[in-house]
Design a protein around this ligand. Structure first.
Ligand SMILES: [Zn+2]
Ligand SMILES: [Zn+2]
Length: 308
């Protein structure tokens, strides 16, 4: 009976992140709770049966780009670090797109990320390659009960918004609806635009499963690889690095040593040659009034840099 209750509660937690599961072990991976994460990876193998088309690849790339932007510009630079300002509507729209990344809700993401900066490379850092090992920092830590809860005390500034608390609780609904929408769009295209050579299953597999799994691994390279490989421009107490390759695939997040030295700016590429796509898009959004008060890099920060 106890087992049945635990299983039922774990499955309920897939959809309601506030569900308490009795008797769970805090620091161990909960494989039942993590099974959708594993299944998402296995679902990518469907590419061999659904085939591929230019349409499917475009949809996958656009789904990656839009969601990566929502993650780095909003989940990270806005909700975690408040490096610019946005209206309540804009904040919610990008929180919704961020939730479609299957990286949980904006409050959960920001609360854990603030812990990462506050306790970097100590036992209280949720994902330190130095303390917990490389694999754990990449894809282990968030599959444990200890990491399931959102510590609202860490994000009081955004927890005050009812709609964000709701989204944080039921974030799973967003990617589920997104996946259904992709399937429906593929089915419609098959019927009304057969020249595009796609269908429902193909757009679901490429636009959702493949795109989301690549998006996930690209994001968490910043927790793993960007604390191991690259240059250190600033003498921070952590192991953060600047890595141009990671900056390209994550739209600027790879300038991670810059970011750990001074997280209070909207920019992560501090020099003009440090490509930071999210920053350029935010500049464009500021120009048309969608966001405002982008915090610059102070001169004293650049003065502390080692060459180049
Ligand atoms: Zn870091
Ligand atoms: Zn950060």
């Amino acid at each position: 009976m106890a087992v049945a209750q635990t299983v039922a509660a774990t499955m309920r937690r897939w959809f309601d992140t506030t569900t308490q599961v009795p008797g769970e072990r805090e620091g161990r991976i909960d494989w039942l709770r993590a099974s959708p994460f594993v299944a998402m990876h296995l679902a990518c193998l469907w590419v061999f049966s659904v085939g591929v088309s230019a349409t499917a690849l475009w949809v996958a790339a656009i789904a990656y780009a839009v969601r990566m932007f929502a993650l780095t510009a909003f989940y990270h630079r806005y909700f975690s670090h408040r490096t610019f300002r946005a209206s309540r509507t804009v904040q919610f729209v990008f929180a919704l797109i961020g939730a479609a990344c299957v990286q949980r809700g904006p409050l959960w993401w920001a609360a854990h990320h603030r812990d990462h900066h506050r306790h970097t490379e100590t036992a209280r850092d949720p994902h330190s390659p130095r303390v917990h090992g490389f694999l754990w920092s990449h894809a282990g830590w968030f599959l444990t009960p200890a990491a399931f809860r959102t510590n609202l005390a860490r994000v009081p500034d955004f927890a005050q918004y009812r709609e964000l608390r709701w989204l944080d609780r039921f974030d799973t609904a967003v990617p589920v609806l997104f996946a259904i929408a992709l399937y429906a769009a593929g089915a419609l295209l098959e019927r009304y635009a057969p020249g595009l050579h796609t269908n429902g299953p193909q757009l679901l597999v490429w636009g959702f499963f493949v795109s989301t799994v690549v998006l996930f691994h690209a994001t968490v390279t910043i927790n793993s690889l960007a604390h191991r490989f690259g240059r250190r421009r600033f003498d921070t107490r952590d192991d953060s690095r600047n890595n141009a390759w990671l900056a390209l695939i994550t739209f600027g997040e790879g300038w991670h040593n810059n970011h750990h030295f001074f997280p209070g700016t909207v920019r992560q590429g501090f020099r003009w040659w440090e490509i930071d796509l999210s920053y350029y898009v935010l500049r464009a959004m500021a120009a048309v009034g969608l966001v405002r008060d982008l915090k610059p890099v102070p001169a004293w920060v650049l003065a502390r840099a080692k060459a180049p």
